[in-house]
Write a protein that binds this ligand. Sequence first.
Ligand code: F6R
Length: 611
Amino acid sequence: MCGIVGYVGRRTAAPMLVDRLDDLSYRGYDSAGIAVANDGVVVVQKLPGKIENLRAALAGNEPPGTIGIGHTRWATHGPPTQVNAHPHADCTGRLFVVQNGIIENFPGLKRELLERGHEFRSQTDTEVVVHLLEEYYDGDLMAAVKKTAARLQGSFALAFLAADEGRLVAVRYHAPLIVGVGGGENVLASDITAVLQDTNKVYVLENGDVVSVEANRIDVDTFLPERAKKPGERQLTIVDWRAEDVSKNEYPHYMLKEIYEQPRAVERTLQGRIKDGDLVLREMDLTPEQIRRLDSFHVVACGTAYHAALFGKYLLERVLRVPVTADIASEFRYRNPILSAKSLVILISQSGETADTIASMEEAHARGAKTLAVVNVRGSTLAREADAVLYTRAGPEIAVASTKAFTAQLTALILLACYLADQRKVDWPYGRDELLKHLLELPANLERTLEVTAPTAKTWGRLIAAGPDCYFLGRNVDEPLAREAALKLKEISYVHAEAYPAGELKHGTIALISEGTPVVSFMTQESVWDKMISNIHEVRARGARTFAVVREGGYGLEDLVEDVITLPAVPELFTPVLAAVPAQLIAYEAATALERDVDQPRNLAKSVTVE
Ligand code: F6R
């Protein structure tokens, strides 16, 4: 939610800031703005709408100056207007701030500041921060920011610019912030992707950190009294992502590029983790003894990652024969979950920064449970604060709609289930050699799935684009896939879609099926094949247009469905990794047929760092 950047160095700051905001635009795109300082004069340019608007306004008119801050907004408090766009200034017009997060106690602070004569221009929570800073500022930005941050409640990352100082100061508190370290220049950003053009060396800031950034110097302090004695050094992280990973190359959209990157992403998830018939999960910081003692498993996530969690539930129960719960993080954290020191809470997240997922981890820790993060972004909050981490290694995901991160999550869960089975001395399903062989073949089978799906998905996508509704059905591990297909379709094409466990539809929702309603069935599981056939008969009898995604060897669909996508024959538990491809491509084709903004759909942001 919102992206913030800062630059201080030798280059003209304005174009640097705009380019880096572009790299963060998946975090929000309601408005964008920059503030650049030069010889005590600060120029602010901010506009509603996407970063292109800001870029166009600055073209040929870039303010000079080699230090500045910038912001791309996902609106929370106040509509996406020019006055509500960041940066916000204090009453003197000498201090500026950009924020990612929410200041929960802003109404009280605003009242106090109004009484003290401050004039507010916007409806944002952020503006209180800069007026509060004004109260404390006496020429030392670092000192004033520490006092300001100590008065704020909520979750926030803030970057500040003072007209009269040649440094930036920033704060991190439960919202991500990193410093990219260059030679003679440094970059502040919400996310690593925004600094890859400049450097692969970053400091990942911790909660409570206040950082002063100059062209050749970085100082870390804290605003949290309990940590006041040990501010200072942060470890330099070397990032293994490359700048090319965040470019679109020849693809029209990041989403399509990322769909086609899936064979490579899954290959990276597996890389080095299968050795001589054994699984090697080095990052897993849980001892065999701890794993054996576990008596309950809980998988927690949001959105697409929650669909991976649902798959995780089926998978872990099937493999380990222990009860597993799957929860949406925003529910889990408030539902008084039953956890003990023998519970393992598995948190799945692409970004590792999703507020509700982080809060679920904190809830689990508070109840004495062990936590394991299945995460894509290295150094993210979940990765750093969970007891153990399993990186999915999908590479940077830029499109707002998650694709390759999802298939990498499913693959990581398969590895995890087998690893836990080994530690608990439980046999793997399908036999060891067979399962390892199929795991290693997953990338090639994904490649094949992309080939067979692409043309059919185009036809189905165009048909579904005509709307107004589309239904996705599945049973067993196909059910989370049906949910994922519906979510993908809704979020990027805005066509209304619903997903149902196929047997559940007749308990009410089948009333909505009428002549011509498209119904796509995921049916890759032998054990429920006949049941799926019956469910397709039911919707077809009510006029539905029916389509099916099956595994090689599916039979008896003649005269029952209009068209079929056939996935390569992999073990049943692996099919969701392949079935994700039609789920994604159907949505992509529907969205492009409707000329939607595929990579940046309306109302969304990629990393949801607020509740
Ligand atoms: C949908 C999508 C979201 C995310 C969700 C969780 O395509 O991307 O539903 O899956 O916001 O995000 P992470 O995985 O970063 O925790």
